[in-house]
Design a protein around this ligand. Structure first.
Ligand SMILES: Nc1nc2c(c(=O)[nH]1)N[C@H]1C(S)=C(S)[C@@H](COP(=O)(O)OP(=O)(O)OC[C@H]3O[C@@H](n4cnc5c(N)ncnc54)[C@H](O)[C@@H]3O)O[C@H]1N2
Ligand code: MOO
Ligand SMILES: [Mg+2]
Length: 420
């Protein structure tokens, strides 16, 4: 066992991993299956919107030139020739002195060039005929949404690599994308290693703990857009672990293990990489937590050896595995968004390594504030529940004070509390 590992900078570690990035295959899925998936094709307008001149109001379509001199004292009277609801067309072109009752969303009849809302029109019956009186002039084009005014045909509205959200869904439906090209989710296998691990359903017994990492990682994979495949937990036995890892590698795009990557007697991952003849990209990163994070490549597949300590495991995934998943998904921006924010609490402890403090975003007096989510140690699990950002504190000899400008990585967008 080599106890002396050389830590490499976080950025270099990320670069080494990303040299092995891949882009996933493309699948055609039914529109109803496409929500939250990543588009593998540009979404083009297959027709103009609106596809015809349409009425934005319930009212009367007429000719503006028939309204030129109208006023309170000089009302114009129009013969109402027919009623056109949305989805129907006028049966004939509109002529001088005529009006068509038209509903919101209906196509403007030929011959008409404006719409008067019901609220400014009076209707009456005369000689068995419907009439409408109007006391003000209308301009050509008034209250008409012209064909193509929202978008012309062929315009690219959403680029490949974008996640389908409710608005994208509306566009897919609008333009007839009953099938959508999306990137296939990378299949990410997970093993939790550790003889101390209990199933979630088991009662606590002396010396043992429940396996939280596996469930946490499944959730992180799904949040990142990957397909998680949890293989179960493994006791710290070399042959068992080797077989399991070796077999699983053949079935997945990427394999994650948690635990057993440090220098303990039962930390078996280093020996497993050796027997797999894997190319170990690094086994020590100059960061806290997660310094023991190890990434290797075996049979052309990335193997993430995340720490057993929950906070270290969580951070290792978001820094190294997350961008790989984004690459599989054809995303242009593969890293967590980095912002500048105000530190909401003192963080006085100096760091020999870059520190990724588990924190959350808040807003105070018009500023984006980041606050630590709880105890900031590698072995801690409780602070992760509140975490939606990492506060990045560079290595140095001094701590950081409340009010300092720091960088933060956004893991998840927070909701608001107030309603309108
Ligand atoms: N002599 C040294 N000891 C340690 C070093 C070192 O450099 N020299 N590094 C420390 C650091 S830093 C970390 S982080 C841990 C990493 O340990 P491993 O990745 O080998 O993980 P384990 O030893 O298997 O477990 C560590 C810890 O995490 C708990 N654990 C493991 N799996 C799970 C799980 N699925 N769910 C919840 N908790 C889990 C486990 O019980 C241990 O308490 O090593 C330090 N030691
Ligand atoms: O890998 Mo350890 O998390 O640096 O604490
Ligand atoms: Mg260990």
């Amino acid at each position: 066992m080599n106890l002396h590992r050389k830590p490499i900078p976080v950025q270099e570690a990320v670069e080494r991993v990303m040299e092995h990035r891949k882009t996933g295959k493309i699948d055609k899925v039914d529109i109803s299956e496409s929500d939250q998936r990543i588009l593998a094709e540009d979404i083009l307008a297959t027709h103009p919107i609106p596809p015809f001149d349409k009425s934005p109001y319930d009212g009367f379509a007429l000719r503006s030139e028939d309204t030129i001199n109208l006023s309170k004292e000089n009302a114009g009277e129009f013969v109402v020739t027919e009623t056109v609801g949305a989805g129907h067309l006028a049966s004939q072109p509109l002529k001088k002195g005529e009006a068509v009752r038209i509903m919101t969303g209906a196509e403007i009849p030929d011959g008409a060039d404006c719409v008067a809302m019901f609220e400014i029109c009076q209707t009456f019956e005369m000689n068995g005929q419907s009439w409408m009186a109007l006391k003000r002039p209308l301009e050509k084009g008034q209250n008409i949404i012209p064909k193509g005014s929202e978008t012309s045909q062929e315009q690219c509205l959403v680029k490949a690599g974008t996640k389908v959200n409710p608005g994208v869904m509306a566009l897919l439906a609008t333009f007839g994308y009953s099938e959508v090209s999306v990137y296939r989710k990378p299949k990410i296998g997970i093993f939790a290693t550790g003889t101390e691990l209990l199933e979630v359903s088991e009662p606590l017994i002396p010396g043992k703990i429940r396996n939280s990492n596996a469930y946490m990682i499944v959730s992180q994979i799904e949040r990142a857009g990957g397909e998680a495949y949890y293989y179960g937990k493994l006791v710290d036995d070399f042959d068992t672990c080797f077989e399991a890892v070796h077999n699983a590698l053949a079935e997945v795009d990427v394999l994650i293990t948690t635990g057993g990557v440090s220098v303990g007697d039962f930390d078996l991952m280093p020996a497993i990489y050796e027997k797999l003849e894997a190319n170990v990209l690094f086994n020590k990163v100059a960061m806290r937590p997660g310094s023991v994070t190890t990434v290797a490549v075996a049979d052309g597949k990335l193997l993430f050896g995340l720490s057993g300590n929950p906070s270290a495991c969580y951070v290792g995934f978001e820094l190294f595995t997350y961008p790989v998943i984004q690459s599989y998904l054809g995303r242009e921006e593969v890293y967590h968004r980095r912002i500048q924010a105000t530190l909401g609490n003192d963080f006085k402890k100096p760091n020999p390594f870059t520190r990724f403090v588990r924190g959350f975003i808040d807003y105070e007096e018009g500023k984006v504030v980041v606050k630590p989510a709880g105890i900031d140690k590698s072995a801690i699990v409780t602070s992760l529940a509140l975490t939606d950002a990492f506060i990045m504190l560079p290595a140095g000899t001094r701590g950081f004070e409340k009010g300092a400008t720091v960088e933060a990585l956004l893991l998840d967008r927070p909701n608001g509390q107030e309603h309108f």
